[in-house]
Design a protein around this ligand. Structure first.
Ligand code: AMP
Length: 284
């Protein structure tokens, strides 16, 4: 039987050599950035990458600069060997595992400060987050030099902010959004679902159910203030312990949703089940 393997690269020097080899063959390249603890949602992104380009590079890097000191950086799940085996099984071509000291050497001193779509929603609760994400993603783009990069709609504000980054800074690649992979009961797959107790896991699908209801009401021209209030109450009644936000926004700008404008909307939420923060969203 042919053994399935994928090349894992840990230094920028070797990465650049591998990328040059791919380019010398005239092949196109897609990047899928991840923080590891891979599930079917991540693997769907890799499969899409393989459809859209000759070669797929997957980065695994738990990026310290997008976590606040009180967040879950140290306990974020790390399963490198398992991740590499899963990536081999979906025929990824290269796994890029940068070392934190090479990503952020002692004299590192530059940070991107996104505004626009990055203001509000997640930023109200995680003010450091999109600065950390856009900075590491810009570094990954410069390291891998992909023709396209794939991001999940699961993190819809992140996808919007990355599109804005690429447009604003004239980065020469295309950003592709991929639909959210869900469990049978609707819960969006997430590395953080591993934190949920059995009882919390039972409650968790209420997040997408309530978002779908909010999206339906917005589609029918419902009042966004009322939808927001009802959805917040619904989440608390379902057993969520805290609601950071629920809102219906314009799907392109993430500004206010105008129900009569015929523009696309997006219902988005972040809520806590005990110590675990879940986010999800759905189209209006
Ligand atoms: P993460 O490792 O959680 O930072 O996610 C890496 C990439 O996978 C991001 O582009 C996410 O939006 C995407 N992703 C995470 N969960 C899902 C999911 N359930 N379906 C589709 N994409 C996802």
């Amino acid at each position: 039987m042919k053994s399935i393997s994928v090349r894992a690269v840990r230094t920028l020097k070797v990465l650049r050599r591998e990328i040059a080899l791919i380019r010398s063959r005239g092949e196109s390249l897609a990047l899928v950035p991840t923080m590891g603890a891979l599930h079917e949602g991540h693997l769907a992104l890799v499969k899409l990458a393989k459809k859209k380009a000759d070669r797929a590079v997957v980065s695994i890097f738990v990026n310290p600069t997008q976590f606040a000191p009180d967040e879950d950086f140290s306990r974020y799940p790390r399963r490198e060997a398992d991740d590499i085996a899963k990536l081999a099984a979906v025929a990824a071509d290269l796994v890029w595992l940068p070392h934190p000291a090479e990503m952020y050497p002692a004299n590192f001193a530059t940070r991107i400060a996104p505004e626009g779509a990055a203001q509000d929603l997640e930023t109200e609760f995680r003010p450091h987050f999109f600065g950390g994400v856009t900075t590491v993603v810009a570094k990954l783009f410069n390291q891998v030099t992909p023709d396209l990069a794939i991001f999940g709609e699961k993190d819809f504000q992140q996808l919007t902010v990355i599109k804005q980054l690429v447009r604003d800074l004239d980065m020469p690649l295309k950003i592709v959004g991929a639909p959210t992979t869900r469990a049978r009961d609707g819960l969006a797959l997430s590395s953080r679902n591993a934190y949920l107790s059995d009882a919390e896991r039972q409650i968790a699908p209420a997040l997408i159910q309530i978002l779908r209801d909010a999206a339906d009401r917005a589609r029918r021209g419902g009042n966004v203030h009322q939808i927001r209030a009802d959805a917040t109450l619904g989440l608390l009644q379902a057993g969520f312990t805290k609601v950071d936000y629920v809102d219906v926004r314009d799907a392109d700008t993430l500004g206010p949703y105008q129900s009569k404008s015929r523009r696309k909307g997006r219902a988005l939420a972040a809520a806590w089940l005990g110590k675990t923060r879940l986010i999800d969203n759905v189209g209006v």
